[in-house]
Design a protein around this ligand. Structure first.
Ligand SMILES: NCc1[nH]cc(CCC(=O)O)c1CC(=O)O
Length: 314
């Protein structure tokens, strides 16, 4: 079977949201495809697609009917053939894709850690009792309540600039972002320090760019196979199977991190009550190819320890 590579007259269309981080991730994807197939930039078109989630900035996302808020319009364009692939932060993606689509290509993972961002303090441990930290993530909120109960948590949304402005205005003493986002945006002037995963276990798939494609599109499959990063794929397979088996979304207080050392995979996972009153953690190791199995087993064992109603609001 011969595959016709894209040309400037028939460019390969890369779909993305329009946020600065999303655009940086689409550009990284394009660069890797250009290098892998020795193609010019003009053989690609970056297609920015407006999504509902980007238009609602004044409410915590969990208060909006959240399903597909950042992906629906992009997946529709992909299914209709308006774009050839869609580039995402895998962290924001459900474990299962709509009929006709799949998400199985991952680029080399960036720093997985959460970042502590503050104009006054160097890291979490430096914050005085009663200090105010801002976050909109239920995971970060629960982890802070569990491990740093001396802090006060307030709701905080918005992009990096908005959050820094809020810090400068004294709305909070510190906030949290994914280190990967700061690095991909080249935000070297933002005062941040990465947090040890032992203090704040990252979100599933944090720091990993994922690329979605139509099932049966041979050209997209051929092109994406050339840029897939196998190690990242194994790590995400373990983490995302864990998430799927917990039936969790990005709005449930769940953290997990798979790491590979030689031929071994270590999987850490935790589930929390929303108010941080209970944290259940697990830490296991096995052969790399057992990752999904380890994810499933870990989820089952944590759910058994949790009992019913663990995730329901207090
Ligand atoms: N939920 C928003 C989101 N989705 C992906 C990233 C950062 C990049 C990544 O983790 O891949 C962020 C922002 C953040 O958590 O600070």
């Amino acid at each position: 079977m011969t595959i016709d590579l894209p040309t400037p007259n028939h460019p390969f269309k890369i779909g993305t949201r329009g946020s600065p981080l999303a655009l940086a991730q689409a550009h990284e994807t394009r660069s890797r495809l250009m290098a892998a197939f020795d193609l010019p930039e003009t053989a690609f078109e970056i297609c920015v697609i407006k999504v509902t989630g980007d238009q609602i900035l004044d409410k915590p996302l969990r208060e909006i009917d959240g399903k597909g808020l950042f992906t629906r319009e992009i997946e529709e364009a992909l299914l209709e053939g308006g774009i050839d692939i869609a580039v995402h932060s895998t962290k924001d993606m459900p474990v299962d894709q709509p009929d006709g689509l799949m998400l199985q290509t991952f680029l080399p993972r960036e720093d997985v850690r959460d970042a502590f961002v503050s104009l006054r303090y160097k890291n979490l441990a430096d914050l005085p009792d009663g200090a105010v930290v801002g976050t909109s993530s239920t995971r970060r909120r629960a982890q802070l309540a569990a491990r740093f109960p001396n802090l006060q948590v307030v709701e905080f949304r918005g992009n990096v600039q908005t959050r820094l402005k809020k810090l400068a205005d004294g709305v909070a003493d510190a906030t949290f972002l994914a280190t990967a986002g700061l690095r991909r945006l080249g935000m070297d002037d933002v005062p941040y320090s990465p947090i040890d995963p032992a203090d704040m276990l990252p979100a599933i798939a944090q720091g990993a760019i994922g690329i979605e494609q139509r099932i049966g599109d041979d050209r997209a499959a051929h092109m994406l196979a050339a840029i897939h990063h196998a190690e990242t794929g194994h790590r995400l397979a373990a983490e995302r199977t864990f998430l799927g088996a917990l039936d969790g979304s990005c709005e449930t207080p769940i953290g997990a991190l798979a790491e590979i050392n030689g031929d071994r995979l270590r999987l850490r996972g935790e589930i929390l009550r929303e108010d941080g009153s209970e944290v259940l953690t697990d830490d296991i190791e096995g052969p790399i190819s057992d990752g999904p199995d380890m994810g499933r087993k870990m989820a089952a064992s944590l759910l058994e320890r949790a009992g019913p109603d663990f995730f329901t609001h207090a």
